[in-house]
Design a protein around this ligand. Structure first.
Ligand code: AMP
Ligand code: ZN
Length: 133
C-alpha cells in the first residue's frame, strides 16, 4: 500500500484528524494554504473523480458539508472555498480522491493552493483537537 492517504485512513501514518464517519475522514493539510485548510478523504481508495464510485462520491460530499459547517462555526469563518484537483495537469499531487476546504475571512487577502504554508506541528495538533472537540 503506497498511497499516503490510504495509510492515513489505516492509521499507519499520523494525521491531525478533525472528523470521521463510516465512509470518510477529514484531517488538516500538512502544508496549509490558510488557517484551517482541511482535506476530506473517502476511506475507500479511488485515484480521482473519474474513478470514485457514485456512492463514495455522495458520502464524501455529505462529509464535506459536515466538515465545512464545523470549520465555519468553530473558526468563525466568513466564507469557505472548496477545491478538488484531478490529474497532474490540474495540480493533483496525491492520487487518492480528496476535497480541499479553505476557510475564508473578509479581507484575508485571498488564498491559493499554490501558496504553500510551513508545517507547524504544535499549531496543527492544537487546532485539530479544537475542531474535533
Ligand atoms: P492535491 O494537489 O489536490 O493532490 O493536494 C494534496 C494535498 O495533500 C496537499 O495540499 C498536501 O499538502 C497534502 N498532504 C500531502 N501529504 C499529507 C499528509 N501526510 N498529511 C496531510 N496533508 C498532506
Ligand atoms: Zn489511497
Amino acid at each position: 500500500m503506497d498511497c499516503i492517504f490510504c495509510q492515513i485512513v489505516a492509521g499507519t501514518v499520523p494525521s491531525y484528524r478533525v472528523y470521521e464517519d463510516e465512509h470518510a475522514i477529514a484531517f488538516l493539510d500538512i502544508a496549509p494554504s490558510c488557517h484551517g485548510h482541511t482535506l476530506v478523504v473517502p476511506l475507500q481508495h479511488a485515484a480521482e473523480l473519474d474513478d470514485i464510485t457514485a456512492g463514495d462520491l455522495a458520502m464524501t460530499a455529505q462529509a464535506t458539508q459536515a466538515v465545512a459547517r464545523i470549520l465555519r462555526s468553530k473558526l468563525q469563518a466568513d466564507g469557505l472555498n472548496v477545491q478538488q484537483n484531478n490529474g497532474a495537469a490540474a495540480g493533483q499531487l496525491v492520487f487518492h480522491y480528496h476535497v480541499h476546504l479553505l476557510p475564508r475571512w473578509s479581507n484575508d487577502g485571498g488564498v491559493s493552493l499554490h501558496r504553500r504554508g510551513e508545517t507547524n506541528h504544535a499549531e496543527l495538533a492544537e487546532l485539530a483537537a479544537f475542531l474535533k472537540s
